[in-house]
Design a protein around this ligand. Structure first.
Ligand SMILES: C[S@@+](CC[C@H](N)C(=O)[O-])C[C@H]1O[C@@H](n2cnc3c(N)ncnc32)[C@H](O)[C@@H]1O
Length: 381
């Protein structure tokens, strides 16, 4: 066997596992709202863009009647379960509709409803125990499998998936560009932990890494997805030509950097530790994504839309405390890996205080959306 399944070279930064106070399970309410808002959009995408007779006609000629869905970057739940239920319901609905319409030929009308199989993917370091414990406790109308590994490389056999879903995961970079920590490089990111408000060279290094990662992601999915299969990607985003510093995420990352610098000035950590730390996340614009997808060439862009995920969140729920808890559930692991555990409580206590001072900046300063909803279809080459 060749080495196609060797894990892609990638760093992993899992969300906080378990179900404790700082766990992702307890602090992923904002991500859940994104899943809820996307429900209707997924339903419409399946209704309008999934060619059910094309996909189901393959079942007529094969011994398998299984519709395979993958959730890439699923974390530990519970949002992934809601998302997978949404996808499955949309496909079943479309199938039933196609059954109720008159058909001329041997298309989907003569086929039984397929069985569904859902693959839950995340890094090997993800807390799959929590994921599968809660799955086992729930009733679900699909077969399941866990697929550990990086979605920047191959995960599935050729032409084996019919639908790929990934929500709020693709902004994580596989690795950090070396020049960010090279004192002799113009991209040395001194005293900062992200490209927000940093020199342009720093931004360019992040942008290039994201481009490489997405190219690998699309290359792998182009092999794994059947022709006509759909891919729904949901990502944090900036409107075209708007700097991240004007968006709440930019404010939050900037604030994390400032608090770390304060801690270094007070001797809790060294300045060089801050200089060598960079958050591996990149927030893309629609224009950039279009360019990357077109360069890959294997997918048609069926839907691309910036939307407002927080429209379903009660304004009172976006408080400095909830934002701090969400940040902690997502970033604690990577911060501990670099700085150790000693500063964690103090760090997030200070971040909470600073967020209280800056709470007016936690709302976007643009009327456009902050999340990208993309539907891609695998072309026939
Ligand atoms: C913010 S969580 C989102 C989880 C879930 N999709 C949701 O909406 O609640 C991002 C997840 O992506 C995973 N992730 C990041 N990079 C990845 C990669 N290269 N391969 C697989 N999973 C990855 C992280 O480990 C994390 O669990």
């Amino acid at each position: 066997m060749s080495n196609i399944c060797k894990d892609a070279v990638t760093e992993s930064h899992p969300m906080n596992g378990g179900d404790g106070t700082y766990s992702y399970t307890k602090n992923s309410y904002f991500q859940k709202s994104a899943t809820n808002v996307a429900r209707c959009m997924i339903h419409n995408a399946v209704a309008d863009k999934l060619d059910i007779s094309q996909l189901f006609s393959n079942f007529a000629t094969s011994s398998s009647n299984t519709f395979r869905i993958a959730d890439l970057g699923c974390s530990i739940g519970p949002n992934t379960f809601t998302a997978m239920q949404n996808v499955q319901e949309a496909i079943q609905h479309k199938y039933r509709l196609s059954q109720s319409r008159p058909h001329n030929s041997s298309s989907s009308s003569s086929l039984a409803m397929p069985e569904f199989q859902v693959f839950f993917n995340d890094h090997v370091t993800n807390d799959f125990n929590t994921l599968f414990s809660s799955l086992a406790a729930s009733e679900r109308p699909y077969f399941t499998a866990g697929v550990p590994g990086s979605f920047h490389g191959r995960l599935f056999p050729s032409s084996s998936l019919h639908f790929v879903h990934s929500s709020l995961a693709l902004h994580w970079l596989s690795t950090m560009p070396k020049e960010l920590v090279d004192e002799n490089s113009p991209a040395w990111n001194r005293s900062k932990v992200h490209y927000t408000n940093a020199p342009n060279e720093v931004y360019k290094a992040y942008e290039a890494q994201f481009g490489r990662d997405m190219a690998q992601f699309l290359e792998a999915r182009a092999i794994e997805l059947v022709v006509g299969g759909l891919m729904v990607l949901i990502m944090p985003a900036v409107p075209n030509n708007v700097p991240l510093s004007q968006m709440p995420l930019g404010v939050i990352y900037g604030l994390l950097g400032c608090v770390l610098m304060d801690l270094s000035k007070e001797g809790f950590i060294s300045e060089s530790e801050v200089d060598s730390f960079n958050l591996p996340v990149y927030v893309v614009s629609p224009k950039e994504m279009i360019g990357i997808i077109e360069r890959n060439g294997c997918f048609s862009i069926e839907i691309i839309e910036l939307y407002k995920p927080m429209s379903s969140v009660n304004n009172g729920e976006i408080t400095p405390l909830t934002v701090t808890m969400h940040l902690r559930a997502a970033m604690e692991g990577i911060i501990i890996k670099h700085f150790g555990t000693e500063i964690i409580d103090e760090l997030f206590h200070r971040i909470h205080k600073k967020m209280e001072e800056l709470s007016n900046q936690l709302q976007p300063r643009t009327k456009e959306g902050t999340q990208l909803f993309l539907v891609l279809k695998r072309k026939s080459s």
